[in-house]
Design a binder for this molecule. Structure first.
Ligand code: ADP
Ligand code: MG
Length: 274
């Protein structure tokens, strides 16, 4: 490279940093060389650079969204054994991942089932697939998030804390029933549910369908109001299977296939308008 070229190259690098175009910065020298050698028209060179930056940006965006999602590691749809949860159809889950109309209208998913049945795994895997499809997701143990919101409430910033969660297309609240008594005495969870109603989606997992929910909210009226909002536009998946861990352990011991499981699956229709 001549001195002029070297200087020019240094200037390009500087400008690209200043313009925050890391994708182009990384690629331009190689593409310029190819372009010079093959005599590309300038527009082709420029298009190749711009395209590279676009792809790179998309990739970095998804990486950022993955970090912010706080998903438990290693829970993917590929490693989820749908055969052991026959009441949850793989096709339906795949449709939830690829068709995002439900996210656009703030519909919910409610996942019920006994401990070890795969609720956390499936919800994390769904979240991951949605992030990979360009959506923003946040996964939290319900009690952790409620704790954060309680602190915000004490600091008089509850409204903005809830508003900040609006950036997520889907908020996954794992184990809603584990909210503790003192957490249930504040209404932060209800306020979150009310704020997202018909706008932003939630995926909620619980061991019990609604039975225990009286313990989660300050009073019965609020419990009913919360349930009403959550189920209004919701897909309900009941994973009535025995603990996957327990079954896996038993299968290893017995050296045979898994025991049969029983199934229910339903989708609630919008029942009434509030
Ligand atoms: P839950 O949240 O319902 O208590 P988890 O999702 O934590 O259950 O499942 C318990 C363990 O069993 C996890 O390690 C999870 O990855 C695994 N597991 C549960 N169901 C399945 C499944 N259908 N396929 C693969 N792994 C599963
Ligand atoms: Mg769980």
């Amino acid at each position: 490279m001549s001195t002029t070229n070297t200087l020019e190259a240094a200037r390009v690098e500087l400008l690209l940093s200043e313009l925050r175009l890391p994708g182009i910065k990384q690629m331009w020298a190689r593409l310029a060389e190819q372009s010079d050698k093959e005599g590309w028209p300038a527009a082709r060179f420029l298009a190749a650079l711009a395209e590279h930056e676009m792809v790179d940006r998309g990739r970095r965006r998804i990486e950022r969204h993955l970090t912010e999602a706080r998903l438990p590691a290693g829970k993917t749809l590929a490693t989820f054994d749908f055969d052991s949860v026959p009441m949850v159809s793989k096709a339906q889950v795949m449709a939830l991942v690829s068709g995002d109309a439900w996210l656009a209208r703030g519909a919910n998913i409610l996942l019920f089932g006994p401990p070890g049945g795969g609720k956390s795994h499936l919800s994390a895997a769904l979240g991951l697939a949605l992030v990979e499809n360009g959506r923003r997701v946040f996964f939290a143990r319900t009690t952790d998030l409620v704790q954060r919101l309680q602190i915000a409430r004490r600091e008089l910033t509850l409204e903005s804390a809830i508003a900040k969660l609006d950036r997520y297309d889907l908020l996954i609240l794992d184990d809603i029933a584990y909210v503790t008594k003192d957490q249930a005495e504040t209404s932060v969870l209800f306020e979150l549910i009310a704020a997202r109603y018909e706008r932003r989606s939630m995926l909620i997992t619980a061991n019990q369908p609604f039975g225990d929910w009286g313990k989660i909210f300050p009073d019965q009226a609020m419990t009913l109001a919360a349930i009403d909002r959550l189920v209004h536009h919701a897909t309900i998946l009941e994973m009535n299977v025995e603990s996957y861990r327990r079954r896996a352990a038993l299968d290893r011991k017995r050296g045979r296939g898994r025991p049969a499981v029983h199934a229910t699956l339903k989708e609630t229709e919008p029942t009434k308008a509030d």
